[in-house]
Design a protein around this ligand. Structure first.
Ligand code: SF4
Length: 255
């Protein structure tokens, strides 16, 4: 499985964001998340590994050093992206870290955008929602249309529901990107497929309530922790994207 081994990593060539400097606010050798997505490229959570979260001061030191180094090398960046080994908004200092990132970006890389990839489960925390509204691109996960499939694909912590996430996502007033992983296969003997007509219809009706400025649709790219999952081909993704575009939203596909 694919775990990042530092707080600041890259820059990497991202299929969705271009040249992207990654930020991992989680431990270096362990996933920390309140989901356990069956496709997660970080693998299943390993609770036996003990490792701590980076402090705000340590994060700021690493980011500033890296931005200065890239400036010296005349390397330009499209994005500074919060992703890493789990859910970035679970870091207790997430809001202060976003403020510091904006400050350092403005000082050292003013043309670079800031993105946060999040599973949208912490939006009820005012400081998190406020911080996410400050970044250029809050990219929020929504992997299913039905509650049943959301629970089957994302394996969220108890109490997290797709209905709650959908109403929380409406608080962005459309200033967000939704990202959806499309896949099909079986997990623990049951079928999972978020590309069926009825799933797409329910997912679309949630999109129409959230009205994101963009929908990013992608599929499996790396090894998945669950066996038996399949990639969706580009033409199928495009067929779904056409349905989204027909409803007046912008959709991009990545395979
Ligand atoms: S939300 Fe992201 S980090 Fe968490 S399990 Fe899902 S894919 Fe992995």
């Amino acid at each position: 499985m694919f775990l990042h081994e530092s707080t600041v990593y890259g820059p990497l060539k991202s299929r969705r964001l271009g040249s992207s400097l990654g930020i991992n606010l989680l431990p270096n050798k362990r996933k920390v998340c309140n989901f356990e997505c069956i496709y997660c490229e970080c693998g299943w959570t390993n609770v036996s590994v003990k490792d701590s979260l980076p402090s705000l001061a340590e994060f700021a030191r690493q980011l500033e050093n890296k931005l200065k180094e890239l400036n010296d090398q005349e390397v330009s960046l499209n994005y500074i992206t919060f992703a890493g080994n789990g859910e970035p908004t679970l870091h207790p200092e997430f809001s202060a870290i976003v403020d510091k990132t904006i400050e350092l970006r403005d000082r050292h890389a003013p043309d670079t955008r800031i993105a946060v990839l999040s599973n949208a489960t912490t939006l009820q925390k005012t400081s998190v929602l406020r911080a996410l509204k400050k970044v250029d691109d809050p990219v929020m996960k929504m992997d299913a249309g039905s509650e049943e499939l959301f629970q089957a694909i994302d394996l969220p912590d108890p109490g997290l529901t797709l209905d709650r996430l959908t109403s929380d996502l409406m608080q962005f007033d459309g200033n967000l990107t939704i990202q959806t992983m499309f896949l099909r296969g079986t997990y623990k003997g049951r079928s999972v497929d978020n590309t069926t007509d009825s799933e797409i219809a329910e997912w679309q009706s949630r999109l129409l309530r959230i009205r994101p400025r963009k929908v990013m649709m992608y599929t499996i790219d790396r090894q998945t922790p669950a066996d038996g999952l399949q990639k969706i081909n580009k033409s199928e993704l495009e067929t779904i994207a056409r349905r989204v575009r027909a409803s007046g939203l912008i959709a991009e596909t990545f395979d």
